[in-house]
Design a protein around this ligand. Structure first.
Ligand code: GH3
Ligand code: MG
Ligand code: MG
Ligand code: MG
Length: 306
């Protein structure tokens, strides 16, 4: 999955959770003129489901609700890594000090008691959304390789470990493709480093166009080396993707006129697949893919080694 370059430009989504439809009506009526997209839920359960599904930028949460109340809803949002970054603002008739402290301790960014002032609520929401936008941008910068706009090594390592954990729990295969540009030193020597940079960015674009599952992840591992993480993918499937990755770069037909090359830029790829076992680590999968890549290079480059 590629990282959206314009994640900070989108209209923010606010999820409002309240069991009383009249309360929702009042909030929607007043907030709909703000530059936000509003989604409503009538229970904690529905709020949790929607939060996971749409990933809102802020959740406005009632406390007293039948079923799971707002406090429990907040606790579960914060315990789930898919939703724990979403700022929660309580909006409630329960206004004693203990409740306020509890809501904030559970991780809410704000606690607003009824009766409340609509202009102040709006001002607070705007401030929280501005902060969320900045933290999204920071997160995106921390995960992105500046030159190629794909994931960076730091993000890849994080995803490798979390996908390894998931594959271990579910006993599903996890595949990794490691690839390296052939004779890239000669490319730089011949065409210059700026042209080399442009070449790497084009290669990243071609590689990315091959991946279609949201869970697939491309990253620049370093220099002229890229990695592709393929969750729930068997060896045959990974080999087929690797062939497509190989063809995508070959078909760019970027000229590379120097000794040993095919007249165009090519890549070598190594594929590794594992269903995690107790004695293995994600670093083993990396080492296997690296070893396969070494074999692809040793057998003449411009090929996939599985
Ligand atoms: P091989 O086929 O064995 O991979 O040969 P190679 O020349 O590609 O491998 P080597 O490791 O000797 O050289 C890698 C080159 O990649 C060296 C370096 O100049 C270039 N390179 C690494 N990172 C960048 C980058 O960010 N931009 C540019 N332009 N070149 C880079
Ligand atoms: Mg209520
Ligand atoms: Mg190379
Ligand atoms: Mg290299």
């Amino acid at each position: 999955m590629n990282i959206q370059p314009d994640a900070d430009q989108q209209t923010p989504t606010v999820l409002i959770v309240d069991d009383v439809p009249a309360n929702l009506d009042v909030l929607v009526e007043h907030l709909q003129r703000e530059a936000v997209h509003l989604v409503v839920a009538l229970s904690g359960e529905e709020g949790l489901r929607l939060a996971k599904e749409i990933g809102p930028d802020l959740i406005l949460l009632d406390v007293m609700m039948p079923g799971i109340d707002g406090f429990e809803t907040c606790r579960r949002l914060k315990a789930d890594q898919d939703t724990n970054d979403i700022p929660v603002v309580f909006l409630t008739a329960r206004e004693d000090e203990l409740d306020t402290e509890k809501g904030l301790r559970l991780g809410a960014v704000d606690y607003i008691s009824k009766p409340f002032s609509m202009p102040i609520l709006k001002a607070r929401l705007r401030n929280h959304l501005a902060l969320k936008r900045k933290s999204n941008l920071l997160l995106q910068l921390a995960c992105t390789d500046e030159l190629t706009r794909v994931g960076n090594r730091r993000h890849f390592n994080k995803m490798l470990h979390s996908e390894w954990g998931r594959a271990t729990r579910n006993q599903t295969p996890l595949s990794l493709v490691m690839l390296d540009v052939d004779y890239f030193k000669r490319f730089n020597d011949h065409y210059g480093h700026p042209e080399g940079d442009r070449c790497l960015a084009q290669i990243a674009g071609a590689l990315d166009s091959v991946l279609h599952r949201p869970s697939d992840m491309l990253a620049r591992y370093g220099g002229e080396e890229f990695v592709v993480l393929l969750p729930e993918t068997e060896r045959d499937g990974a080999a087929a993707i690797a062939e497509q990755l190989h063809a995508s770069v070959f078909n760019l037909a970027l000229p590379h006129q120097s000794a040993g090359t095919e007249g165009r830029v090519t890549i070598s790829l190594g594929v590794a697949t594992a269903v995690p076992a107790a004695l293995n680590t994600p670093e083993d999968l990396l080492a296997w893919a690296d070893n396969a890549l070494y074999q692809a290079k040793a057998q003449g480059r411009n090929q996939v080694f599985v």
